[in-house]
Design a protein around this ligand. Structure first.
Ligand code: SF4
Ligand code: ZN
Ligand code: ZN
Length: 288
């Protein structure tokens, strides 16, 4: 099949349109650009790298667009997995000419090993440390590699668990709040599906870890994602429509949530002590 925009061979079909390599890259960067422009993102962006394909694509796209970026990696100390991911993230930074900052959770006395729900603890720890890094480095926002497939999967998973309070983070952009030391968050890949991010990573020869986190085995989110992709095959654009609906719902809910300042660390919290400080206190106790 030929590309819709030139005479070259197509490598991907998106919503019925065929794209060659060059026009696919233009499509991809155009989607990233639409987020950057809509939310007027400028200044230095702290880019969270996980070692995986999405954050690699995110850093590369922002770099190609000439944005000012500061990549960093959070080492979660997950045996064998974290080391492999750090290596790939460092290779990517070398390739693009950046120095990569590494944050080690062990420095905060944190380990996921004994956690009953490691993913929940991991999520809190990552969100906290990403924000702290961007705040300390005086970056204007934090960018993560979350894509469309992740956003819709995350929302469905919360619905499936009656986890309405956690039903946040569906939007491509979350404004910062200086008085709460909250730095703005952006998801530049918000309109791009898993498969498109993988293709962009491959086209640009970006290093990424193929290992899966050992805690993700049998995760219900993997099944939800497969189901959504199958649905998308029969109903093009359903994921975009779902994401827009979840985004609106989140906006309606936001008006009702109160933010405080954590008494221990001074960062934002929904209670008097933030979840990160609670995790640290619990782990300190376990140590004794
Ligand atoms: Fe963290 Fe691994 Fe769970 Fe992902 S799968 S949230 S990296 S523990
Ligand atoms: Zn083309
Ligand atoms: Zn705190």
């Amino acid at each position: 099949m030929k590309c819709r925009y030139c005479s070259r061979e197509a490598i991907e079909i998106i919503n019925g349109k065929a794209y060659c390599e060059e026009h696919f890259s233009k499509y991809f960067l155009g989607k990233v650009r639409s987020i950057i422009d809509k939310f007027n993102i400028k200044g230095e962006i702290a880019v969270a790298l996980s070692g995986g394909k999405d954050s690699a694509a995110c850093l590369h796209a922002l770099h190609s667009m000439g944005m000012e970026v500061k990549p960093f990696y959070i080492n979660l100390r997950i045996p064998s997995y974290s080391e492999a991911c750090e290596k790939k993230a460092a290779q990517l930074c070398d390739m693009l000419g950046y120095e990569m900052k590494v944050i080690d959770v062990a420095e905060y006395g944190i380990s996921l090993e004994k956690e009953r729900k490691p993913c929940s603890t991991c999520g809190t720890v990552k969100r906290y440390l990403m924000n702290k890094f961007a705040f300390d480095e005086k970056c204007t926002c934090v960018a993560t590699g979350h894509n469309l497939s992740d956003a819709v999967t995350f929302a469905f998973n919360n619905l499936a668990n009656v986890n309405i309070l956690n039903f946040r983070g569906n939007k491509p952009y979350l404004e910062g709040k200086e008085e709460y030391r909250m730095v703005a968050k952006v998801k530049p890949l918000y309109w791009l599906k898993d498969k498109e991010c993988m293709l962009y990573t491959i086209i640009n020869n970006l290093p990424f870890a193929e290992e899966e986190c050992p805690y993700s085995i049998n995760a219900p989110t993997l099944k939800i994602k497969d189901w959504l992709h199958a649905l998308e095959g029969e109903w093009p654009n359903i994921m975009v429509n779902l994401a827009k609906s979840f985004w609106r719902l989140e906006e309606m809910m936001e008006k009702e949530t109160n933010i405080n300042i954590c008494k221990k660390c001074g960062f934002a919290s929904y209670g008097s002590i933030c979840k990160f400080c609670k995790i640290r206190a619990k782990m300190e106790k376990q140590e004794k």
